[in-house]
Structures are given as structure tokens and as C-alpha cells.
Design a protein around this ligand. Structure first.
Ligand code: 5GP
Ligand code: SF4
Ligand code: MG
Length: 460
């Protein structure tokens, strides 16, 4: 999911939030929503669909106020329903609160049990709404906004990057492992600094805000009329999702002082250092495989060329929830360039293979367009384990590398050869401490303990 939050009295915050969400559309395409506050009133509009389909000028003009939070949804828990769209808006003793969540809790069951004990009512099936209700319940027991938020976080296990709007200000927080990203930006207006929160820096760029820093793992920031204050409520142990680096986040977003484009180029260079192949052309699967393909070309000297053209107006195939939709998505999306491919030996690079269905279709399309050999390299290791922290990599029995060897996958996706980047290589070319990443989908080392009943639902 994508989240965005802002406090800016003289600006049209709903519009800024709209543009922020627009830049975070890649993080979720099922639903979009914005909640604003003007003094005591809260206005919320959310619906199924893309940001541009959900909102128009007239809807945005009704979302008045100086405080806003927004969300683009990618369903992991709770099905793809309108009721599950965010922000979640809750009534409390101190007024409404509106919460937008990126991540996934692994102990939603405990939270639910506790909330039932407390006689709380809920409308949806999402872990996100339960965080909001828990915070509301803590407020109703007498805590102020900040203490209530910290109490609610202490009930949560799993991944959560949150933006929470109240009548007084906006809270931004990350779980102690900082699995999902959350950044702080500053909007300078006539010598007054206004603060913005967003999943990625690309959402700051689009509204002209300057990237200040990340919200730290286990940190909560509180943005009000007085500016920004920070609270470290838990001991940090950073485990940023390495899939954000490899695939999920936009290449123009900044992580660790550089764009992810720069990191993905180095993944391709590293791939070339680890394994060479004799081909005429190297190309990337648009868009996510392209930076690594360029890096591979630089390092190997093999000519880079585009061979597949993507229709940019078809959504990410992966994000659509059913296998059937996924299988039909791909033909609409990629079209091979026959005059580039005809008679050529091709190396095609992609960021990952999850189920292998996309890859096989791409390989077939390249051969149909005249490629004489098709080799594939992947700029990350084999995905062998499911994610429980907010990326829908499906259950383990759908992960092709959980069941098959590289040789068997080679056959299954019909390539002449296949190889993956090593886990060491993937981590070595980051500019951060390799221990600061979650890599569980490549090795099963889950940094946050998964309760057995949840594990059983997704592991073979
Ligand atoms: P597959 O061959 O496994 O069917 O599809 C792999 C492709 O799906 C890659 O091009 C990758 O960019 C894309 N993809 C889309 N969404 C995701 C995701 O959430 N995780 C991963 N690992 N890959 C995804
Ligand atoms: Fe990211 Fe994989 Fe860890 Fe999930 S399991 S948070 S996708 S690295
Ligand atoms: Mg891709």
C-alpha cells in the first residue's frame, strides 16, 4: 500500500494528498482514499479503483481542512472490498481519527480478541481498522493521542508504517523493524516549514517537498501547528524489506542517499559478474527488469536493446488478486518488437520470478517474434518463502522456486538457460548494512515471529 499525510494550513491539503497518492499508485491499485480535518470536522472519501478514477475536482473540493491522510490499497489481509478501503475513520472521546496503514500484522487475531473483550465494534475485516480501533479504545480509556498511539502499537506485531490524522495533527510511525518505508518531507512556504509524510520520496517530489529523512524504525513523529516532534517508543532493529529495493518501490525513490535506480543498475552489474552468457542482445522485462538489464549490459559489454514494449495503461499484473486475471493480464501488457528480436540470441532480465507464469509467457512471446535462443537472468535470488509482512507473494505452494530446482524452472518457463543473483550479491551492492534488511522470502529467516496458525496458512 501507499500512505501519505500532511499538515499545511494555507495549502489545499486534499489536492496535495491526491498528487502524493498519484505518485504512490504503484503501491496499490485496488482502492484509494483521503480523509481531511478542519478543526473538529472530518471528511473522508474512499472507493475502489485508481486514484484518478476515485477522485475528481468536485470531490476534492469537499475535502477541506489543514490536515490530511491518504491511502492506496493493495490487499493482503481482508478481501478486495469497498468497505476495506482506507483511511479507516473512528470516533473517539477526543474526536475522530483517520488511519492509513502499509504493512501487515501477524497477530491480528490477538488484537481482534482483545477488541471484542473491550466491546469494540468493527465494520471491516482488516488489521488496519483494528489498529485504529485499538488506538480509539485507548483514547476512550483516558489517554491523549500520542499515548494512545503508543499503547496501540504495543499491541501490534508485524509490519506497519502508519499515518494517522487527528483534529490536532498528524502522526507518522514505523514498526520497530521498519519493514515498510516511510519518509518525512518539508514544504517551504514563505519561510514557514510544513511537514509531509509519504511511503516513498517520489510522492514528495511530485508536490515539490524536500526529502528530510526517514521515520526511523520504532519512531513516532507528531506534526502540528508547532512543527514536528519525535518519540522513540521502541528499540529499533531495522529490517527493511529488500523487495522494496529490488522491485516494489519506484526506481526514482531515494533509499540510503541514492535512487533505487542506481541500486538496481548495480544489481545488474553484479549479475554479470556472477554469470555470463554468450548472446547478441540483453533486454529487461519492462519496467522492473530494465535498470538491471542496463547494468548487465554495462558490465558485460553486451548490447542493450528494448525488445518488449509495455502498454503503460494496464495495471501491474501481480496486483490483481486472482490467478485468472493475472494470466490474462500479460498479453494486454507487453508487445514484442519483431524486427529487434528476429534471428537473435536474447538474454532477458527480470527482477524476480514468483509464480513463473509471467516469465513463461514472455519467453514464448520472444520466441514467437523470432528469437533463436532465450536466456533469462533474475536480479534477485529464488523466492522460496511467502511474505507475511504486506507483499502478496502468495502461499508457498504457488512459489515456483519453493518446489522446483533452477534446472526444473528452466524447463518449466522454457528458457535455454536460467540463473539468479546470489543473496550475498544482492546485499553486497546495497549501500547499507546487509543485516538491516528482511530477506525472508529468499531464505525463510523471518525477522518477526509468525504465529503457527498463520504460518500454516501459507507454508507447505
Ligand atoms: P512470475 O514470472 O513469477 O509470474 O512474475 C514475475 C514478475 O512479476 C516480475 O516481473 C515482477 O516484476 C512482477 N511482480 C509484480 N508484483 C510483484 C510482487 O509483489 N513481488 C514480486 N516479487 N514480483 C512481482
Ligand atoms: Fe520483503 Fe520478502 Fe521480507 Fe516480505 S518476506 S518483507 S517481501 S523481504
Ligand atoms: Mg516485472
Amino acid at each position: 500500500c501507499g500512505v501519505f499525510g500532511i499538515y499545511a494550513p494555507e495549502e489545499n491539503v486534499a489536492k496535495l494528498t491526491y498528487f502524493g497518492l498519484y505518485a504512490l499508485q504503484h503501491r496499490g491499485q485496488e482502492s484509494a482514499g483521503i480523509a481531511t480535518f478542519d478543526g473538529e470536522n472530518c471528511y473522508c472519501y474512499k472507493d475502489m479503483g485508481l486514484v484518478s478514477q476515485v477522485f475528481n475536482e468536485s470531490i476534492l473540493s469537499n475535502l477541506t481542512g489543514q490536515i490530511a491522510v491518504g491511502h492506496t490499497r493493495y490487499s493482503t489481509t481482508g478481501s478486495s472490498l469497498q468497505a476495506n478501503a482506507q483511511p479507516a475513520v473512528i470516533d473517539t472521546r477526543l474526536g475522530k481519527l483517520a488511519l492509513a496503514h502499509n504493512g501487515n500484522l501477524v497477530n491480528a487475531v490477538d488484537l481482534r480478541t482483545e477488541l471484542i473483550k473491550r466491546d469494540c465494534q468493527f465494520i471491516t475485516t482488516t488489521d488496519s481498522e483494528m489498529i485504529a480501533i485499538m488506538m480509539g479504545s485507548e483514547v476512550d480509556r483516558g489517554k491523549d493521542w500520542l499515548d494512545a498511539a503508543i499503547s496501540a502499537f504495543s499491541w501490534c506485531k508485524g509490519a506497519y508504517s502508519l499515518v494517522i490524522a487527528t483534529p490536532q495533527g498528524v502522526i507518522g510511525a514505523r514498526d520497530p523493524n521498519g519493514i515498510r518505508p516511510l519518509v518525512i518531507g518539508a514544504l517551504e512556504e514563505e519561510n514557514v516549514t510544513r511537514y509531509v509524510l509519504a511511503s516513498e520520496t517520489c510522492a514528495l517530489d511530485i508536490i515539490g517537498a524536500e526529502y528530510l529523512r526517514d521515520v526511523e524504525p520504532g519512531e513516532m513523529v507528531w506534526i502540528t501547528e508547532e512543527g514536528l516532534s519525535s518519540y522513540h517508543w521502541a528499540t529499533p532493529d531495522q529490517k527493511l524489506c529488500v523487495f522494496e529495493m529490488i522491485y516494489f518501490a519506484r526506481p526514482d525513490s531515494i533509499v540510503g542517499n541514492e535512487s533505487l535506480y542506481a541500486y538496481r543498475l548495480r544489481l545488474g552489474e553484479q549479475l554479470a559478474k556472477e554469470s555470463m552468457v554468450d548472446v547478441d542482445l540483453v533486454m529487461g522485462v519492462p519496467d522492473s527488469g530494465i535498470p538491471a538489464a542496463i547494468g548487465y549490459s554495462r558490465q558485460s559489454g553486451i548490447t542493450y536493446q528494448e525488445g518488449l514494449i509495455k502498454n503503460r495503461y494496464v495495471g501491474r499484473t501481480f496486483i490483481q488478486p486472482t490467478q485468472h486475471m493475472r494470466e490474462h493480464g500479460i498479453k494486454m501488457k507487453l508487445n514484442p518488437l519483431k524486427d529487434v528480436l528476429d534471428g537473435k540470441r536474447i538474454l532477458i532480465i527480470d527482477d524476480s520470478i514468483v509464480r513463473g507464469t509471467t516469465s513463461r509467457k514472455i519467453v514464448r512471446a520472444l520466441r514467437d517474434a523470432g528469437a533463436t535462443e532465450v536466456h533469462m537472468k533474475i536480479s534477485s535470488p529464488p523466492v522460496t518463502h511467502p511474505c507475511f509482512y504486506g507483499i502478496d507473494t502468495d502461499s508457498q505452494d504457488h512459489l515456483i522456486a519453493a518446489k522446483m530446482s533452477v534446472k526444473e524452472i528452466e524447463k518449466q518457463i522454457e528458457v535455454d538457460s536460467l540463473s539468479y543473483l546470489s543473496e550475498e550479491g544482492m546485499l553486497m551492492v546495497t549501500k547499507e548494512n546487509p543485516l538491516h534488511f528482511c530477506t525472508a522470502c529468499f531464505n525463510g529467516n523471518y525477522p518477526i515471529t509468525i504465529p503457527d496458525e498463520i504460518k500454516r496458512s501459507k507454508l507447505i
